[in-house]
Structure formats: structure tokens, C-alpha cells
Design a protein around this ligand. Structure first.
Ligand SMILES: Cc1cc2nc3c(=O)[nH]c(=O)nc-3n(C[C@H](O)[C@H](O)[C@H](O)COP(=O)(O)OP(=O)(O)OC[C@H]3O[C@@H](n4cnc5c(N)ncnc54)[C@H](O)[C@@H]3O)c2cc1C
Length: 279
């Protein structure tokens, strides 16, 4: 189902939307067990016809994908499909991909500014190479051809416990390995810091740190950063990214805008610690 260049990438195609569609199917399964055991509803569950929820999930994603493309077209946004590289304060080089290869797309000049929103990707542990079959990232897990009988989830953060809950509901034996002393360790505002060889501490690498945190502007005036590319206190959540996008769009447009107040951004971890055993 994945194509090389997808608008609305992580959230729409391999994050929020598809990953929440599957737990809904699992929730229905759990509901049948609960109905029988706690509420006296004499329901039985034969099996889950796996291709059916997969088709429903893909249908939801396809419809949302078309919706996003339509919104962009309606708003007059030009979409250039390809891999971009910053070549200057106002210039970008694009290696175009896909069937549409618009002329003049390879060198783009920004009149007002540039927004960096290149997101994030799954990180592997040293020595562990995903093979797409037995060792999989969250991306692969979502598109697995069937349901595994047992699962070892490395990392008990929001995504880890979400996958753990889902697989447990579908009958798998599930083990979660978490380095911190409890699951979802970031949920109460604890921030991970690392100590370098020189003895100084810093937050985890790999982000673009804005010099002006209120306007999300980098050290280069006119180049802004939003989404998963931002370090904490940004949250790595789609709706927080959306608010950041609004901020960097509204500020240069002269519209009234306020810094994103992360303490007020609602967030949820989708899991069912109370899930009843299968059967
Ligand atoms: C399994 C999973 C479940 C999640 N569930 C939720 C949830 O329930 N709720 C929630 O709020 N968040 C959820 N998230 C997080 C959410 O998906 C991300 O916070 C959000 O998608 C970040 O958006 P972004 O625009 O920063 O990055 P992305 O959505 O990753 O988009 C970045 C885009 O930039 C493109 N790109 C990268 N480099 C280049 C380049 N050089 N040139 C051109 N394009 C480039 C990528 O191809 C991609 O299309 C989930 C994430 C995962 C993995």
C-alpha cells in the first residue's frame, strides 16, 4: 500500500490513522469477552478474519489521503514530489520522483521562508537489523501479512504499549521490554537526557533545535522547523505538529499567533492494561 511519496506521511499512512484502526478491531474482540464474562451477554467469538479489518483500515487511509490531496489542491498549494536538499537560505534542490516531474522543480526559491518538516523514522537498537519478517519496525508491523502467535515489543512507550495491547487482544503471547522502571515513562513529563564522553548532558540528538523557540525559527532567519523534527518540549504528536505548522504559517502572514503551549496539548496512550485473556 505504501508509495514512495505520500502526503500526510507518518500520521496518515503508518502512524495515527492506520495504527488506531487496528486497535478498534481488537477493542471489539475484547468487548465480546467482556460482554460474556462480566455482563452475561452470551456472545462467542469464532475468529478474526484478518483481511477484513486490514481492508477497512486501508479504505479509511485511502479516503483520508484523497481528502488531504483535495484540500491542498483547493487551497492552491503546489505539490512537488521528490527529495529536497537545502542549498541556501532561500533555495532548495529537489530530486523529483514519481510520474509527474514538473519543469523547474529541481531548483526552488522561497520568497518568504522555508519550513523544515521532514519528520522522524523508527530507530533501531545497535546490532538489531530489521528484516521485515521477524525483526520489524512499527512501520513493518502495521503491514504484516498476518497475526503473529507471539510478540516481543522493544520499548514500552506510547507506540510500544499500543502494539502490545493490540497483539494481546488478538491472542498473541506478548512481552514488553522497557529500560525505564515503568511503562510509558515519558507520560508524566520525565525527559530523557544523555551524558556525553566529555561529561556534559544534553537532550537526545537528531532534532533541529530552533533558536527562537516561540516562533520555531532556526539560527537562519526565515527557516522554521515543525513536527517530529523538533526536540522536546514538542511532543511528536500529529496535532501538536499541526499547531506548530499554523504558527509558522500565520506569523509571516501577519496574522495574530501565539507560541504553542505544550502543557495544554491533550495526549492519550491507547492501551488496555485491563484486557481480559483470550478465550
Ligand atoms: C505507529 C505510530 C502511531 C502514532 N500515533 C499517533 C497518534 O495516535 N496521535 C498523534 O498525535 N501522533 C501519533 N503519531 C505521531 C505522528 O504520526 C507524528 O508526530 C506526525 O506524523 C509528525 O508529523 P511530521 O510532519 O513532523 O512528520 P512526518 O509525518 O513523518 O512527515 C515528514 C515528511 O517529510 C518527508 N521527507 C523527509 N525528508 C525529506 C526530504 N529530504 N525531502 C522531501 N521530503 C522529505 C517524509 O517522506 C514525510 O513525508 C504516531 C506515530 C507512529 C509511528
Amino acid at each position: 500500500m505504501r508509495t514512495a511519496v505520500q502526503i500526510g506521511d507518518t500520521c496518515l499512512h503508518r502512524g495515527c490513522i492506520p495504527s488506531k484502526a487496528m486497535p478498534h478491531a481488537a477493542e471489539l474482540v475484547d468487548g465480546i469477552a467482556e460482554a460474556r464474562e462480566r455482563w452475561g451477554v452470551k456472545a462467542t467469538l469464532d475468529s478474526v478474519d484478518w483481511p477484513a479489518p486490514v481492508a477497512t483500515r486501508d479504505d479509511i487511509v485511502t479516503r483520508d489521503d484523497r481528502g488531504v490531496e483535495a484540500h491542498l489542491a483547493h487551497a492552491g498549494v503546489r505539490v512537488v514530489r521528490g527529495s529536497a536538499r537545502l542549498t541556501g537560505r532561500r533555495t532548495v534542490q529537489v530530486e523529483a520522483s514519481g510520474p509527474e516531474r514538473p519543469s523547474g522543480a529541481s531548483g526552488l526559491v522561497a520568497r518568504r521562508g522555508i519550513v523544515l518538516a521532514t519528520g522522524s523514522r523508527p530507530r533501531m537498537l545497535p546490532g538489531l537489523v530489521p528484516d521485515g519478517r521477524r525483526v520489524v519496525t512499527s512501520d513493518d508491523a502495521l503491514f504484516a501479512p498476518g497475526l503473529p502467535a507471539s510478540v516481543l515489543v522493544l520499548g514500552g512507550g506510547a507506540i510500544g504499549v499500543e502494539y502490545a495491547s493490540f497483539h494481546r487482544s488478538t491472542g498473541a503471547e506478548v512481552t514488553v521490554v522497557e529500560a525505564a522502571d515503568r511503562l510509558v515513562p515519558l507520560e508524566d513529563g520525565v525527559r530523557a537526557r544523555v551524558r556525553t564522553a566529555r561529561g556534559d548532558t544534553r537532550t537526545v540528538e537528531g532534532f533541529v533545535v530552533p533558536r527562537d523557540r516561540a516562533r520555531l525559527e532556526t539560527a537562519v532567519p526565515g527557516i522554521h522547523v515543525v513536527g517530529d523534527l523538533l526536540p522536546p518540549p514538542s511532543l511528536g504528536l500529529a496535532h501538536a505538529s499541526f499547531a506548530e505548522g499554523l504558527l509558522v504559517a500565520e506569523t509571516p502572514a501577519g496574522l495574530p499567533s501565539a507560541p504553542v503551549d505544550y502543557a495544554t496539548v491533550p495526549r492519550v496512550t491507547y492501551s488496555s492494561p485491563q484486557t481480559l485473556p483470550w478465550g
